[in-house]
Design a protein around this ligand. Sequence first.
Ligand SMILES: *Cc1c(COP(=O)(O)O)cnc(C)c1O
Length: 373
Amino acid sequence: MNSKIWLSSPHMSGQEDKFISEAFATNWIAPLGPNVNGFEQDLETYLEQEVHVAALTTGTAAIHLALILLNVTRNDEVICQTKTFAASVNPVCYLGAKPVFVDSELDTWNMCPVLLKQAIEDRIQKGKKPKAIIVINLYGMPHKVKEIENISKEYQIPILEDSAEALGSSYFNRKCGTFGDFSVLSFNGNKIITTSGGGALVSHSKNTKNKTVFLATQAKDPGIEYAHSSIGYNYRMSNVLAGIGRGQMQVLDNYVNLRRANHQYYFKHLNYIDDISFLNEPEGYFSNRWLTVIVLKTNKMREDLLRALNNNNIEARPSWKPMHLQTVFEQFPSYLNGVSEDLYKNGLCLPSGSNLTTQELDKIVKIIKQYFG
Ligand SMILES: *Cc1c(COP(=O)(O)O)cnc(C)c1O
């Protein structure tokens, strides 16, 4: 009973082998084949809206290609939510463009529409209209879709929705991963479903999907010759890994329910403690509760609990360190209100995998209760 309790570990359904075996039996091992097409179709069906999905090597690659398709180039400015994981913003720098960071609001912990508007106005005044807005669905909670969309329309700036953490979440019955001009999904090992490593770019036309696949397969012009008229990338998902994805799609809704049940469990047993608060779902919002994060009253409490859990072989983590505080990004402009810094100081990510047992949840809850006496 002393094995490590992980924050969010891979959880296989048992169906993955079948799709992988098919790939081997038919020798479709390459980065194309029936599992890739099948996985993309499964995702398109799941997302329900009229969308086109291109399966790629990683979510980071999907963000990179989306920015290229949005014509982001050297010295352009791209607005990005500061409260996120570095993968949301690194591709901005791959292109020689400059990130501009915007803080969060307290209802969803995602991009604050008021600050976004201020940031856009200020950038325009300083001489440059931002080229794109990267908004996140942090820990699975949908962002303020309507408010951000309205600003995007008003200023004619496209949205890239980073939904890497939010497959299975929805906003007024529309699935996350379908908003904005482009959406990004991730199937990294710690995400709600995994292909061991993988991602997808979701767009709204067949033509855009074709362009994505073209760029992701070395941008080879049609024909048997190796002819190239633009720079390409090697970002297409392999048919073997897409087989894992097909098996995982069969259990996605079940995993969403299991993660939500983890959150319910923590809420039920810890919400009575005055020094702990949770992020509730605003009306119309449905979170996959990828990670449950509790917010402690003080940083000391967070540090103490982090240590207590880690000492018991339980993986807990501080919540994402905002990008404007990162050494590598601190020279870029930021528009702040203190929300992301408070969440960083006092937020604690608790084990949240769909494969957690009740005994494990109970052990975690006991350690936290014990701390508060
Ligand atoms: C995981 C993650 C990514 C990157 O996805 P990869 O598939 O690991 O490249 C991007 N953005 C956010 C918010 C993430 O959590």
